[in-house]
Ligand binder design. Sequence first.
Ligand code: ADP
Length: 205
Amino acid sequence: MSRFVVGLTGGIASGKSEVTRRFEALGVSVADADLAARAVVTPGSPALAMISERFGPGMLLGDGALDRARLRAHVFADVAERKALEAITHPAIRELLRSQCEQATSPYAIAAIPLLTEAGGRQVYGWLDRVLVVDAPEAFQLARLMQRDGSDAVLAQRMIDAQATREQRLALADDVVSNAGHPDALQAQVEQLHHAYLQLADALG
Ligand code: ADP
């Protein structure tokens, strides 16, 4: 069981996956908020029942699974509806991440939460012992996003603008991995943090 949990976050295409992969290669268990977001709305889950109640049974497909495209379209332009959806899903996602981290077998665990800042940060994720931000200048995010997803510059910029700012994310950080250079430069930063986290986890007992 891991009692020490590091929350890992960063803007879109900042390099979170690159960094997470390196921690995993060192044997660290990672719980992923994007996967958790899917897991909590599987058929039979309490969150899916609440969604059906709040937004109507029309949000379910014939086989009982969530009609993601329809729900996304419904909440897209309506902040109040989006908040209502998040009030159902976010607590469920947090609980699942927490239990996955608690059950991890490595000396400490990482909860990878891309939208940690947007989702309420430390105030709602009080069980995170530490927050690690993967940081890259916006111009790098833009270039990587265009290359990885084939997005055009306008769409890529819109996706960046829809997120918290770099400063807002950094304000949450206990630790920062700077991903403004060659990917190889990530390894030493990750290893240094890994050793620090092992010591902190050990001190917790
Ligand atoms: P995130 O998980 O934060 O969205 P990724 O780790 O997927 O970001 O990185 C976004 C894209 O940029 C990927 O295609 C990745 O291979 C590439 N990338 C990440 N870091 C670097 C870097 N230091 N130099 C060049 N390309 C990078």
